[in-house]
Each structure stands twice: as structure tokens, then as C-alpha cells.
Design a protein around this ligand. Structure first.
Ligand code: AOF
Ligand code: ZN
Length: 380
């Protein structure tokens, strides 16, 4: 690589990073669509400056590129477009112009794209179209980071199911709850705020019925100005035990509640829950009468979910991990001990998988407020 090429590659990474960061703002709002970031720069005597930026809008349209071009603060012609996913080549059902066409019309001279779109209607087509039109195209810039940013979308497109992240908070002595499973204050305020932000960045929050029965959680986003960002609340409830008096059911009219049960669950329970505004879905049961988790996740994929955040309980997380359906795990550990026996947060089956470098890799550790965070990603 020549020195100018090296410099250009470094500049490309800077703006791709900005496009990825900008797109992260819309995570959890774009439905089945990935939240794509787009930035246009123009070269000046002082180096490149950003003249436009955009990301996929709530509901999935307009797309990131369209949003950036529409909001440009000065002309984009002759500039460079940075985009976190290959531009689309298809017309939307509402007739919106494909992003590749918008890009050609915009007059940008160069396109830097992080990765190909695996959507079978696109997969390399737009990169080729741009090149044929004489645009300089560089691909694969910060590709790993882009795959990470779009991993929910990629999971749904390639595996038919959303990605699933399990988050658990534990005391310094390893407990998630009191002896009977009752809620205890584990996380510091900063860590709790972070968890609420994570909820907002997902399409669904999933919980086992056991946690709902002991905790009666609300599972909404309670951050200033973000109340509208609460995702769908999903309860895995084989036998439809969800109480009508639970906080979830009482608020089902404001924030959707989906319950996944087996075919064997009583119809009267379904009728009562549906009357209360809950949506009930059914999947097959395994040999023990528990719902088939793989089928449940495929169903969520069919219903358009790309990112699911699971907040409990340990049984659901273990079962998901054992059958290879748990993609990421976030463990936060408070500096305070419970000081008596309680409910163990990460039990031996999951602890063993997390400790086994061949199954999960610990990709990140750090502190949020007083609590230590560890982030594990499934590798095998
Ligand atoms: C882009 N920029 O910001 C996004 C793209 O349902 P539609 O018509 O919006 O199309 C969905 C597909 O568009 C989706 O599967 C993916 O291939 C692409 N998403 N493409 O150029 C964007 N979100
Ligand atoms: Zn598009």
C-alpha cells in the first residue's frame, strides 16, 4: 500500500465509524430493516468535511442513504458516500427509488461500503451497478464492526430468527434474587439506565413465565424522552399461566405483550388473555411439555423481530444456551454482596459454557457506574 492509500484507508475508517455510530441511534426502531448509517463527505483544502448524514428511519423507511441525501447541508455531488451496508437495488412496495439509483443521481464520485447486503435481491448487485456506472467503490471497510451492528438483521436473513442476548445482574456473591427469587436491588443507577437503553435498542424483551410470576416486571423503557421506545414484551409461557392482574397484562394496551404457549395450553386462558389485549401464539411442545424454543424464535423471526433482549430467568437462558440459540450474554456484577443464599444468577450449565472459550468468547469487560460488565459472544 502506498502512503496516500494508507492515509485514505485511515480516513475511510474514521467516516465509516461515524456512520456506524450515527446508525446506532436508530437501533430497535427500524423493524425488519437494519439501521443503516450513511455519511457524505466533500474534500476541502482542510481535508474532508461531512455534508450529509442519515440513518434508516423508524419503521424502516426512508433508508439511510435517502435520509442523508434529503438532509444534506451542502451539495453532495463529487463527494464520497460512506454506507454501513450495500445500498439497496429494489423499489419499495410504496415505489421509493432504490438507494443505488439515488446514489447515482446524487453525483457522488466514490462509495465506501462496509459490507455486501445478504438480501438475495441485492447481494453484490448494487456494488456492481455502481462500478459499471464509473463510481469508485471500496468495500469491506470496518466490515466486522458493520456485521456486529447489523447482526440482528443478518441473523433473521440467514437463520430466520432474531439474535438473542441474555442479560443478568448479580451481586458480588453471585445472586440475582433473594432466596425465593424475590427481587433485590442489584444494579447501580447508571447500570440500570444502561439496561433501559438496551431495551430501547431491541425489538423485543423476552422473559420466562417463572420470572414474571416472581418479579411481576413492567419491562418498559423508563428513560427521559424514550418512553415511546419500549419494545414488544414477550413471555415464554408454555401453559398460559400469565396472571391477568400482572403489570404486563394491565399495560398490554400501551405496550404490546406477546405470549408464546404450547398447543396444549388451555383455550379459556387464551380467551381471557386476548380479551385483556395480549397476543397469544402457539408452538409445539418438547418431550417435557415445554415449548420448543427453536420454533418460538423462528416464529419471532417470521413476525419481523431481529433483536431480542432476554432478561430472565436463568432457566430460559440455560436452555437457550444448551441448544445453541443464545448468541450473547451480558453479566453485570455489583460490588455489594447479598450476604445470604439467594437465587444463583449464572448456574453451572451456563457458567461452564461461558467459561469454555470454544463456545463463548468474552469480547468486552468494563464498568458502568459501580458495576462490572462482561460481554460474551457465542463463537461455536
Ligand atoms: C439500504 N439502506 O437504510 C436499509 C436497507 O422493506 P424495504 O423495501 O425497506 O427493503 C428492506 C431491505 O432493504 C432489507 O432487507 C435490506 O436488504 C435493505 N435495507 N438498504 O440501502 C437502508 N435499511
Ligand atoms: Zn435503500
Amino acid at each position: 500500500m502506498t502512503e496516500p492509500d494508507r492515509q485514505q484507508a485511515a480516513i475511510d475508517k474514521v467516516f465509516m465509524r461515524q456512520a456506524l455510530d450515527f446508525a446506532a441511534r436508530g437501533l430497535g426502531t427500524t423493524g425488519t430493516n437494519p439501521c443503516v448509517g450513511a455519511i457524505v463527505t466533500q474534500d476541502t483544502a482542510d481535508g474532508p468535511v461531512v455534508v450529509a448524514r442519515g440513518h434508516t428511519q423508524p419503521g424502516g423507511r426512508p433508508h439511510g442513504e435517502a435520509n442523508a441525501f434529503a438532509r444534506a447541508v451542502s451539495p453532495v455531488a463529487g463527494g464520497t458516500l460512506y454506507v454501513t451496508l450495500e445500498p439497496c437495488a429494489h423499489r419499495s412496495i410504496r415505489g421509493a427509488t432504490p438507494c443505488v439509483e439515488l446514489t447515482l443521481l446524487s453525483g457522488v464520485r466514490r462509495v465506501v461500503s462496509a459490507m455486501e447486503d445478504p438480501n438475495p435481491h441485492i447481494s453484490g448487485l448494487s456494488h456492481a451497478l455502481l462500478r459499471t456506472a464509473g463510481i469508485a467503490v471500496t468495500t469491506g471497510v470496518l466490515e466486522d464492526q458493520a456485521r456486529h451492528a447489523h447482526r440482528g438483521y443478518l441473523s433473521r436473513i440467514t437463520r430466520g430468527r432474531p439474535m438473542v442476548t441474555f442479560k443478568v445482574a448479580r451481586t458480588a456473591d453471585g445472586y440475582a434474587g433473594g432466596p425465593g427469587g424475590e427481587r433485590i436491588a442489584v444494579s447501580c443507577p447508571a447500570a440500570s439506565g444502561w439496561v433501559h437503553l438496551q431495551r430501547a435498542h431491541h425489538d423485543g424483551i423476552m422473559l420466562g413465565i417463572g420470572s414474571v410470576l416472581t418479579d411481576d416486571p413492567l419491562l418498559t423503557v423508563r428513560l427521559p424522552g424514550m418512553a415511546q421506545r419500549s419494545p414488544i414484551r414477550i413471555v415464554l409461557d408454555s401453559h398460559l399461566r400469565l396472571p391477568l392482574a400482572s403489570q404486563l397484562v394491565k399495560t398490554a394496551g400501551e405496550v404490546p405483550v406477546w405470549v408464546i404457549a404450547t398447543e396444549a395450553a388451555p383455550v379459556e386462558r387464551e380467551t381471557a388473555l386476548v380479551a385483556a389485549g395480549v397476543e397469544v401464539m402457539r408452538v409445539s411442545a418438547d418431550a417435557h411439555g415445554h415449548l420448543d424454543l427453536g420454533e418460538a424464535l423462528q416464529l419471532l423471526g417470521t413476525r419481523g423481530l431481529t433483536r431480542v433482549f432476554s432478561e430472565g430467568g436463568p432457566t430460559v437462558a440455560e436452555k437457550l444456551a444448551i441448544v445453541g440459540l443464545l448468541d450473547e450474554v451480558i453479566v453485570s456484577t455489583s460490588p455489594n454482596a447479598l450476604g445470604r443464599p439467594g437465587i444463583v444468577a449464572v448456574r453451572p450449565p451456563l457458567a461452564a459454557l461461558l467459561a469454555d472459550g470454544d463456545v463463548y468468547a468474552r469480547v468486552e469487560t468494563g464498568f458502568i457506574g459501580l458495576d462490572r460488565f462482561e460481554h460474551f459472544v457465542r463463537t461455536g
